[in-house]
Design a protein around this ligand. Structure first.
Ligand code: 13P
Ligand code: SF4
Length: 300
């Protein structure tokens, strides 16, 4: 019922549905575009739709609204936030910048808009290494808010980085013990881990990849089994894209409660105008944040 109604309302409203790969399978299945944080931000710049219904968390819908201010953006599940994004405020970054004058501020998109506005450049997990390696080599990089992604970028680039103490509570639950346990159970599987996971777990994996990179990697890789060390929603995406392969979660603990809130009912209500949260960003903050986001798009 919801599925047919959604298709009908989508036409009536000239709407597009964008969904992150961590969303529940039923939501991914009705979306026009399913992708990672980077892919969704690019898609938001391209769409001609009047209404973007965003199935993900607040910072993603805000990014879409900033990059495409002429479109109405509705976050399907109004209470879906990101605890990592909430681990830093604009005032924290102002203080940090005072302590490190002359540094370049690199801001993971999983962050509040006013933090993006105070930053020099944004990144997602798929382009963070590429962007850091293009920044001037002379100064240090202040990386906010994810200390684990930041430490991975520092390892990969050899750049001097000052890290904020934020982290993703979901990926922090990928412990070395849980990984070893999964690896014992599936000895033939290739282990892929997201760079938001802690360093001591990353070192046990075969590949460190963002969600988008996991999708591309599996399509050309020779393995037939994979341990997927990230939010379990990605397993639905991978299974659809690779019907002959098998994917195993590290444990059933690796779920993002905010991404799990996604539902067909929330999408339908957003299209009907009876639910969802219209996302708007104050113009002066949006303008400054857009510069950091645009630099990211240009350097990716
Ligand atoms: P990517 O979509 O960049 O892989 O990031 C994962 C994530 O945690 C999004 O919230
Ligand atoms: Fe935030 Fe982690 Fe959930 Fe991504 S998986 S939305 S970083 S809490």
């Amino acid at each position: 019922m919801n599925v047919e109604r959604i298709a009908e309302l989508k036409k009536q409203r000239n709407a597009v549905i964008l969904a992150h790969t961590y969303q529940p399978g039923e939501v991914q299945d009705i979306a026009d575009f399913v992708g990672d944080s980077y892919g969704l931000s690019v898609e938001a710049t391209r769409t001609e739709a009047d209404l973007i219904v965003f199935c993900g968390v607040l910072f993603m819908a805000e990014t879409a609204a900033i990059l495409n201010p002429r479109r109405k953006v509705v976050l399907a599940e109004p209470t879906a936030g990101c605890p990592m994004a909430d681990m830093i405020e604009a005032e924290d970054l102002r203080e940090l910048k005072k302590e490190h004058p002359g540094s370049t501020v690199m801001c993971y998109v999983n962050s509040p808009v006013d933090v993006k506005a105070l930053s020099d450049i944004c990144c997602t997990s798929s382009n963070a290494v590429k962007i850091a390696s293009q920044l001037p080599e002379s100064g240090e990089i202040l990386f906010v808010p994810d200390k684990y992604l930041g430490s991975y970028v520092a390892e990969q680039t050899g750049r001097k980085m000052i890290l904020w103490n934020g982290f993703c509570p979901t990926h922090a639950r990928i412990t070395p013990d849980s990984l070893r346990h999964a690896q014992q159970e599936y000895p033939e599987a290739c282990t892929m881990i997201h760079p938001e996971a802690p360093p001591e777990s990353r070192t046990l994996a075969d590949k460190v990849l963002s969600t988008g990179q996991m999708c591309s990697f599996v399509q050309k890789d020779r393995h037939t089994e994979y341990i997927v060390a990230t939010e379990r929603g990605l397993i639905h995406t991978l299974e659809k894209q690779n019907p002959g392969k098998r994917f195993y979660p590290v444990s059933d603990q690796i779920t993002c409660p905010n991404m799990r809130k996604g539902s067909l009912e929330a999408v339908r209500k957003s299209l009907e105008g009876t639910g969802g949260l219209e996302v708007t960003v104050a113009p002066e903050i949006a303008e400054a944040a857009k510069k950091s986001l645009q630099r990211m798009l240009d350097m990716s």
